[in-house]
Design a protein around this ligand. Structure first.
Ligand code: NAD
Length: 172
C-alpha cells in the first residue's frame, strides 16, 4: 500500500491542483493532502480559512476513487523542523509529490522519496491569477472545480477578497 503526501495553500483550489492530484491518485493507494499556511485567512494573498479550504478540497475530491485525508497544517518559523511538524500531524506516508522547490528540498533532506509533479497550464491555472480576476471583477469560475465555486459563493468569498485587498495595491 502506497500513501502519498501533497501540500498546497489552495487559495483557492483550482484545476491545476486538481489535474495533478487526479494523476497522483492513479499512482498511489491513498493520499494525504496538507492545507498549508492553515493559520492564514482574510489577507489578499490568503483570503480563505483552513476550514473553507478543507470544504473546497473534500467536495472537489469526492470524484476520486482513492481515500484522501485533508489536513490543515500551520506554518512554523523554522524550515529545518517543518518536515517533523508535518509528520506529527499526518498519517504516515511513503512519497511526497510537489512542485514547490522548498517543499521538495526539505523532504529530500529529511530522507523522504520525493517526486516532482508536473505543472498544468500554470499561466492559466494559478491562485494569483484567480485572485486577481476576482478582485478585478473578471471571469474566474471556469478555472476551479464547481464544488469550489459553490464554497466561495456560500461564504461571499469574492466580496471578502475585494474588501481585504482594498487598500493593498493588489498585493497578491
Ligand atoms: P500552492 O497552492 O501555490 O501550490 C501547491 C502545489 O501546486 C505546488 O506544488 C505548486 O507548484 C502546484 N501548482 C500550482 N499551480 C499549478 C498548476 N497550474 N499545475 C500543476 N501544479 C500546480 O501552495 P504552495 O505555496 O506551494 O504550498 C506550500 C505550503 O507549504 C505553503 O503553505 C507553505 O507555507 C508551506 N511550507 C511551510 C514551511 C514552514 O512553515 N516553515 C516550509 C515549507 C513549506
Amino acid at each position: 500500500m502506497t500513501r502519498a503526501f501533497y501540500i498546497g495553500r489552495f487559495q483557492p483550489y483550482h484545476f491545476g491542483h486538481h489535474t495533478v492530484i487526479t494523476r497522483i491518485a492513479e499512482e498511489v493507494d491513498e493520499l494525504v493532502i496538507g492545507i498549508g499556511s492553515a493559520q492564514k485567512s482574510h489577507e489578499p494573498g490568503d483570503p480563505f480559512t483552513a476550514g473553507e479550504r478543507v470544504l473546497m478540497l473534500n467536495n472537489a475530491l469526492e470524484e476520486l476513487s482513492i481515500r484522501c485525508y485533508v489536513i490543515p497544517i500551520e506554518d512554523v518559523r523554522y524550515n529545518s523542523i517543518w518536515v517533523h511538524h508535518v509528520a506529527a500531524r499526518t498519517p504516515r506516508f511513503d512519497v511526497v509529490y510537489s512542485n514547490n522547490p522548498l517543499v521538495l528540498q526539505l523532504f529530500r533532506e529529511a530522507g523522504f522519496c520525493v517526486k516532482q509533479s508536473p505543472l498544468y497550464i500554470r499561466e492559466k491555472y494559478s491562485g494569483t491569477e484567480i485572485r486577481k480576476r476576482m478582485i478585478e471583477g473578471k471571469k474566474w469560475k471556469h478555472l476551479t472545480p464547481q464544488p469550489v465555486v459553490e464554497v466561495i459563493e456560500e461564504i461571499n468569498g469574492v466580496t471578502r477578497l475585494k474588501n481585504v485587498a482594498a487598500n493593498d495595491n493588489y498585493f497578491l
